[in-house]
Every structure is written in structure tokens, then in C-alpha cells.
Design a protein around this ligand. Structure first.
Ligand code: FBP
Ligand code: MG
Ligand code: MG
Length: 332
């Protein structure tokens, strides 16, 4: 046997997402397994979207749909494709009774009236990067329903507030595809092994450094930012921090989670609520960052304390290393 073969065989067998979820389930003997199944359904849709993203340039699913979504934004073909994939996986999985999607005006009743959970999602985040082969993602947020089981879901199921999330996560379609999630017991990361078709545990306990070298925002909006934001960014530059901005929230967030840093989507004069959506962008990433030891704020207190009133509501977001977010919040 060659040295290469011996080394390969000496590697421990990786932990697949399924096995990890099964073990985690065993730690919670009173849990019924529905949330675990829901995570598997999301991972399955993630694998399909991974495939779609990888061959997008060849299969004709890049480019605009020539139509706008409920928020008045140009829909890309892959936005629509990913939306269909995730809705189908959740509907077939049976655990989600309703879905809220960035791409749909109203909530979608799945017909699974016995389902205990509702899912809010941004099926494809970073749409403007699709056509140029730059990292994009999916973001999801899960609540246990408050409406009666056996009935249709209600708006209240989705408007419980960020601290009511029972799980949240994202899939990054980057140089490798990763699934990162929390069920409120820390943050865990899995990397997709394409040839085996499996997510393998790669990051058992993700923690964000207390501070870091990166600030991320769209500096093109500099002249429209409030004074406190410009003051903060000036201080970052005086400290010779690095400016890094992909323009895909998931990718910017993921990088800063590992390097330490801060991501800002501030209010501007014309958009006092910024651009990002509370239920399927800000809340899930805020839950993850708190679980990873970081911090997330709007311009009005901790992000997770905001009381949502609307499915597609927006809010400013300052998120990342606890020390840097604290510094910015001091200037508010
Ligand atoms: O071009 P801007 O204003 O910097 O906006 C970039 C932000 O908009 C978003 O693309 C919005 O997400 P969608 O692609 O899901 O609409 C974020 O991913 C990203 O961080
Ligand atoms: Mg988005
Ligand atoms: Mg999107």
C-alpha cells in the first residue's frame, strides 16, 4: 500500500450532517425530531441549489427574469429557481406548516397543517453577484408556531420576534459550499463534499473573535450615511483596518465571523431603514452572531429585541465582533 493510501485510510471517517443531527437529537430526549428533519430538508434543498449555482453559467439560469419581486427588486432566474427548490423541499418534508420568502408577497401555506414550525428565508442572497460568479447564499430562520396545530399558520407565527427563533442558519455557495447553523446551543459548520453528496462536520464550534481587522459596508453610500457611521468608519481607517465588501451579505458575514470584524448596513437619508430585511436576513444572522459570542444591533437597540410588524420589514444592521459593535453603538 502506498504512503498516500495509508494516509487516506488513517483519516477518521467524517461526521455527516445526518449523523451529527442524530447525535444532537439524542442529547435532547424529549425533542420529537421534527426540527432535525426540517434541518435535513433545508440541507437537501441547499445541495440542489449548490448544483444549480455551479452549473448556472452553462444551464441558462443566470440573468434577469425581467420582473420584480414584492420589494421592487429585479428578480434573477436563480432567485426564482432557489425559491422553488426550498419551498418544494419544505413542503415535501412535512415539518413546516408555512414559509415566508423574500420572493413572495404573502406567506405560503404548505398544506402540512400538522407541521409544528414555520420558516422565513432568503432563498438566494446576493443576487447581484450571480452573473459574475461571486459567492452567494441562502439564509433561513425557524420558529415554532404559536397558532393552533391542525390549522393554517397565521402572521403571528412569523412575527414572534428574533429571540423566539428556535434555529437559524445559512448556506454559503462559495469556494466551497458550507452550511452554518444554530439551534441555540452554539454555532456549527458543515462543508459540502461534492463527489459524495454529503455535508461533513468541519467547524464544530464557531466563535467570532472579540475584535478584528475588517470593516464591511457599501462605501459608495458614504455621503448619505449618518454622522455617527462616518465617525466610526473614519476611526476604523485611522486604525488601518481593512475594508472588505463582497456585496453578498452571507459572504461578508461569513468572512467576518472567522476573521473578526464588523458588517454595517446603515440607514441613509433616502432609506432610513437601510436595505436588509429583518425576518430573513437580520434576525437569523443576529441569532447566529450572539451564539458565536458576537453582537448585533439596529440603530435602536439589540437587533434581536426589535419587534417586527411586517413580513418584509427592513432595519439597519451592525453586526460582528462584540467589541467593534459596542464601539459603534456608543456613537449612536
Ligand atoms: O448593493 P448594496 O446596496 O451594497 O447591497 C448589498 C446587499 O444587498 C443584498 O444583496 C440583499 O439581498 P438579496 O440579494 O437577497 O436581495 C445583500 O446580500 C447585500 O449585502
Ligand atoms: Mg438577501
Ligand atoms: Mg435574496
Amino acid at each position: 500500500m502506498s504512503l498516500l493510501q495509508e494516509n487516506a485510510l488513517a483519516q477518521p471517517v467524517g461526521t455527516t450532517l445526518d449523523r451529527y443531527i442524530m447525535r444532537a437529537q439524542a442529547d435532547f430526549p424529549y425533542a420529537t425530531g421534527e426540527l432535525s428533519q426540517l434541518l435535513r430538508d433545508l440541507a437537501l434543498a441547499g445541495k440542489i441549489v449548490h448544483r444549480d449555482v455551479n452549473r448556472a453559467g452553462l444551464s441558462g439560469i443566470i440573468g434577469s427574469m425581467g420582473q420584480h419581486n414584492v420589494q421592487g427588486e429585479q428578480q434573477q432566474r436563480l432567485d426564482v429557481e432557489a425559491n422553488i427548490r426550498f419551498i418544494r423541499a419544505l413542503r415535501n418534508g412535512g415539518e413546516a406548516c408555512a414559509i415566508l420568502s423574500e420572493e413572495e408577497d404573502d406567506i405560503i401555506q404548505t398544506g402540512n397543517y400538522q407541521g409544528q414550525y414555520v420558516v422565513a428565508m432568503d432563498p438566494l442572497d446576493g443576487s447581484s453577484n450571480i452573473d459574475v460568479n461571486v459567492s452567494i447564499g441562502t439564509i433561513f430562520s425557524i420558529y415554532r408556531r404559536v397558532s393552533a396545530v391542525g390549522q393554517k399558520a397565521t402572521p403571528a407565527d412569523f412575527l414572534q420576534g428574533g429571540r423566539a427563533q428556535v434555529a437559524a442558519g445559512y448556506i454559503l455557495y462559495g469556494t466551497s459550499t458550507m452550511l452554518v447553523y444554530t439551534t441555540g446551543h452554539g454555532v456549527v459548520g458543515f462543508t459540502y463534499e461534492n463527489s459524495l453528496g454529503e455535508f461533513f462536520l468541519s467547524h464544530p464550534r464557531i466563535m467570532i473573535p472579540a475584535t478584528g481587522p475588517v470593516f464591511s459596508c457599501n462605501e459608495g453610500h458614504w455621503f448619505d450615511y449618518p454622522d455617527y457611521v462616518r465617525q466610526f468608519l473614519t476611526a476604523c481607517k485611522e486604525r488601518r483596518m481593512s475594508g472588505r465588501y463582497v456585496g453578498s451579505l452571507v459572504a461578508d458575514y461569513h468572512r467576518n465571523l472567522f476573521t473578526g470584524g464588523i458588517y454595517l448596513y446603515p440607514p441613509t437619508a433616502s432609506n432610513p431603514l437601510g436595505k436588509l430585511r429583518v425576518l430573513y436576513e437580520n434576525f437569523p444572522l443576529a441569532l447566529l452572531i450572539e451564539q458565536a459570542g458576537g453582537r448585533a444591533a439596529s440603530d435602536n437597540g439589540p437587533m434581536l429585541d426589535l419587534q417586527p410588524t411586517d413580513f418584509h420589514q427592513r432595519s439597519p444592521l451592525f453586526i460582528g465582533s462584540a467589541g467593534l459593535v459596542a464601539e459603534l453603538v456608543e456613537l449612536l
